[in-house]
Design a protein around this ligand. Structure first.
Ligand code: 5AD
Ligand code: SF4
Length: 434
């Protein structure tokens, strides 16, 4: 048996791509996983390039792999940075053996033995590929429903690294859902860069779901599916039909990511997001009205080119109005091949940093208050993580982390939990009725 060490950075799509790589290498080349880099015959880093930070991390990680690896072990770079930097990577780190892009992971066994192979074609269509079954979580199955993104937000490198948007025919998705459930999955996480734009363009047609709402209905009909989540949706495609399905389908978890990016309509236009501040607020109000116990998360970028104090105030205003349960916030990072990188009026780094802390500090207060409101509620938790201190953790339907006293027999079970205590990022509770 040969040993594979794989490090994954970035989003859930990268996690799924790593699972795909692991399965291919296991089935065709007999590799098994190891956590010990020194005994690995093959070391792969699957990277993200959405901001500059993970790209610099790639090169520092590669340097340390080179020192730690055993003689003859190969090093490969996969994922989004592989797609956009291509042969640059081998120029900067000549000891790297191959580079394989985010859209090409199913070709992993083809590049293994080709010294300095570079496989980064984003027009390569692997959407009808029969996915292999390796899953890093036993109870939760990540399932791709589309690949790529057609949106071209002006700050975002994803359309460059993952190519044009293609939806996977629903018959293939449903087969994969059935297989996952047969193997013990209770929760299905539907993945796409622009997940609720499902149906934009199919690789091959079938007679199944033509849009995201229809797909949610189909997936929820599969016997054994207990929970459905999805990642990452776009606010523009949250029409009423979709929001009603989200609210009324009991299998759909009441957690939704509504990425704002900026609260200023002027900046949203420059970002090419396709919605205004008013549209965003209208959608969030509607979600809270239909599902009062919903948890809403968001992404916000500060310091986008041209962002004035007024624009930033608009973002803070949305924060106050929506009171996001979770916030992912970033300083704008100019990315190669994106229009915004050459926009005039780039915001000085110190100003962006100051805005980021203002935003994060205020959000922390809101988050704490939102968490306190959970005390006394009874929530459904899927237990997944047994800890050494006699406690077991899982996610509530709304995505919050919940810890209770308990042991192994709770693993994979969904139970009602009464929340007794709330911290900033986790809740404590007791299983109801025991
Ligand atoms: N700079 C900063 N943040 C970015 N994101 C995407 N591109 C950039 C960039 N150039 C953020 C967005 C997106 C999240 C995944 O990453 O908020 O929703
Ligand atoms: Fe990037 Fe915009 Fe596509 Fe999201 S919707 S992946 S931010 S281009």
């Amino acid at each position: 048996m040969k040993k594979l060490y794989i490090e994954t950075l970035g989003c859930a799509m990268n996690v799924r791509d790593s699972e795909h790589i692991i399965a291919e290498l296991n089935k065709k080349e007999n590799y098994t996983l190891t956590d010990n880099i020194k005994e690995a015959d093959l070391i792969i880093i699957n990277t993200c390039s959405v901001r500059e930070k993970p790209v610099s991390k790639l090169f520092s990680e590669l340097g340390s792999f080179k020192i730690k690896k055993k003689d003859g072990a190969k090093i490969g770079v996969a994922g989004c940075t592989a797609s956009h930097l291509g042969k640059e990577i081998i120029k900067r780190a000549p000891y790297v053996d191959f580079v394989i892009g985010a859209r090409n992971v199913s070709k992993i066994t083809e590049v293994l033995d080709k010294k300095h192979a570079i496989e980064i074609d984003t027009s390569y269509d692997e959407s009808t590929y029969e996915f292999e079954d390796y899953r890093s979580s036993k109870y939760k199955a990540l399932i791709n429903i589309s690949i790529g993104c057609d949106k071209s937000c002006s700050f975002c490198i994803v359309p460059v690294t993952r190519g044009e948007e293609i939806s996977i025919p629903s018959s293939l998705i449903i087969n994969e859902v059935k297989r996952a459930v047969k193997n013990g999955a209770k929760e299905i996480v539907l993945l796409g860069q622009n997940v609720n734009n499902y149906g934009r363009r199919f690789s091959t047609n079938d007679n199944g779901a033509k849009n995201f709402t229809q797909l949610l209905k189909e997936v929820s009909k599969v016997e054994g599916v207990e929970r459905i989540r999805f990642q990452s949706p776009h606010p523009l495609h949250m029409d009423d039909e979709f929001l009603e399905e989200f609210a009324n389908n009991p299998k759909i978890c009441k957690q939704i990511h509504v990425p704002l990016q900026s609260g200023s309509t002027k900046l949203l236009k420059e970002m090419k997001r396709g919605y205004s501040k008013e549209w965003f607020l209208n959608r969030c109000n509607k979600i809270r009205e239909l599902v009062p116990d919903v948890a809403i998360s968001t992404d916000i970028i500060v310091g986008f080119p041209g962002e004035s104090e007024e624009d930033f105030k608009e973002t803070m205003d949305v924060l106050e109005k929506v009171r996001f349960d979770t916030l992912f916030s970033f300083k704008y990072s100019p990315r190669p091949h994106t229009p915004a990188a050459s926009y005039p009026n780039q915001v000085p780094s110190e100003i962006a940093s100051r805005r980021l802390s203002t935003l994060q500090e205020r959000h922390k207060e809101i988050q704490f208050e939102q968490m306190q409101k959970q005390v006394g509620r009874v929530v459904k938790v899927l237990f997944e993580d047994l800890r050494s201190d006699g406690k077991i953790a899982g996610r509530a339907d709304d995505g919050r982390l919940v810890v209770v006293k308990g042991s192994e027999e709770l693993l994979g079970e969904i139970k009602d939990v009464k929340i007794t205590k709330a911290y900033l990022t986790q809740l404590e509770g007791e299983i109801s009725g025991v």
